[in-house]
Design a protein around this ligand. Structure first.
Ligand SMILES: Cc1cc2nc3c(=O)[nH]c(=O)nc-3n(C[C@H](O)[C@H](O)[C@H](O)COP(=O)(O)OP(=O)(O)OC[C@H]3O[C@@H](n4cnc5c(N)ncnc54)[C@H](O)[C@@H]3O)c2cc1C
Length: 389
């Protein structure tokens, strides 16, 4: 068993770290205080992503991506996840299901998305449909070879910055025909109805969209009619791995800041790290990060080695659950070690504290991950998680 990172993996890790330090960290406070970054900077950042060769690390080179393995993507996302304000969002990963598009969809959507000329957002959640997407009300009614899309989508991450959406809708209102549609934002009938504010400061917004009988032709269907869940499931695996890697980076940065502070902060005549209460928190944080890193790297490497698709889904849930909850525990302890300074917005730990909270909610809540894991144990046995295969 070789547990060392390869030269290529170390090189990707370094590249992402340098990019985060040059292009993400310097803008964290401005984003936090002003709520957004200037357009000119976002454009410069976009060019810098491409120049650093960090665009579309999750897609094949032939489509304009970097063709990275999942372990390479993990070490990259871990480094980017150190940034606050979800500045990692500046480094785009076009949605995985796009690779299942037709030649025309690949040319019109995937390739320009990999190159940073277009950007898409995934729109599944609705006012009445969150964890249970069978409750989706958005429908695409078929009429004389066209589809007419009507409904409402909430929490569409980066929907303000994207120029197209991948919309999960039920064909003819039939929940057995969940289908993904590529919808250009400029089409008549597509509008943003509200841009709510959230707990975190995020590089982009999460607007609510309304679709009012948006006319689409058959070429807008991604994959096949009825294949919506299948394609979305693949996206969830990738997104869950990305969240786990981001959480690792966030937790590690918070722990490093707390560790350094504990060494320099003197109270009662000695550095606070010499109080066992503080030292034990640091010990728990380090072990929590070590355990998470071990499982996240392992699962990424297993998928690269050809792990069975069903086990991929099973394990992606486990690492998303564990990494997101670990980040909550670690960042909370880091904030406690920093005392009042940890509660100041100018401190990255305060921002990370708010940032990582959503990781237990989006792309499947912790409860849904537990339900998936429990179901897998029942179906495939406890060894799915406790064994080593
Ligand atoms: C900042 C942000 C960005 C987002 N971005 C996107 C996006 O880009 N695209 C998109 O489509 N969605 C997005 N979402 C939506 C997100 O995926 C949902 O919020 C999430 O899936 C939960 O759905 P819900 O909020 O409707 O909660 P509900 O499903 O209503 O759940 C409420 C509570 O009930 C629990 N619960 C539900 N079912 C069960 C069960 N079977 N067993 C036990 N407990 C259960 C949940 O865990 C939760 O605690 C985003 C959300 C946020 C906050």
């Amino acid at each position: 068993m070789d547990l060392k990172l390869s030269k290529a993996e170390i090189s990707w890790q370094k590249r992402a770290r340098e990019f985060a330090e040059a292009w993400l960290f310097p803008h964290e406070e401005e984003l936090e205080l002003k709520g957004k970054l200037p357009l000119a900077l976002l454009k410069r950042q976009r060019r810098a992503v491409a120049e650093a060769g960090l665009n579309a690390v999750n897609h094949a080179k032939k489509h304009g991506g970097q063709g990275c393995t999942l372990l390479e993507q993990t070490v990259i996302n871990e480094q980017l996840g150190r940034a606050t304000g979800a500045l990692w969002g500046a480094v785009w990963h076009p949605a995985d299901p796009l690779k299942h598009g037709t030649a025309k969809q690949i040319r019109d959507y995937l390739v320009p998305s990999c190159l940073g000329k277009r950007r898409g957002s995934f729109a599944i959640t609705e006012p009445g449909a969150g964890s249970d997407p069978r409750l989706v009300q958005t429908r695409a009614d078929r009429k004389r070879g066209k589809y007419y899309l009507s409904g409402e989508k909430w929490f569409v991450t980066s929907g303000d910055w994207s120029d197209y959406l991948i919309v999960h809708a039920h064909v003819d209102g039939d929940a057995d025909k969940p289908t993904l549609f590529l919808v250009d934002k400029g089409r008549p009938g597509v509008r943003i109805q509200r841009v709510p504010k959230f707990m975190h400061t995020y590089l982009f917004e999460h607007p609510e969209f309304v679709f009012d009988r948006v006319e689409l032709d058959g070429g807008a269907v991604l994959g096949e009619v009825g294949q919506g869940f299948e394609l979305t499931k693949d996206w969830f695996v990738e997104a869950r791995l990305q969240i786990a890697a981001n959480c690792l980076g966030a937790a590690t940065r918070a722990a490093e800041i707390a560790d350094a502070y504990a060494a320099e902060r003197v109270q009662f005549g000695r550095p606070i790290r010499d109080f066992q209460a503080i030292e034990f928190m640091l010990a728990d944080m380090a072990v929590d990060i070590m355990a998470t890193k071990s499982m996240v790297y392992r699962v990424a490497a297993e998928i690269d080695a050809g792990l069975d698709r069903k086990l991929i889904h099973a394990r992606a849930s486990a690492i998303k659950l564990y990494a997101s909850e670990m980040a909550g525990r670690v960042v909370d302890k880091a904030l406690q070690i920093l005392g009042g300074r940890g509660y100041m917005r100018e401190n990255p730990v305060e921002r990370l504290y708010r940032d990582v909270r959503v990781d237990r909610i989006w792309e499947g809540t912790s409860e849904i991950q537990r339900a998936v894991i429990a179901g897998q144990i029942k179906k495939r046995g406890l060894a799915t998680y406790t064994g080593w295969m």
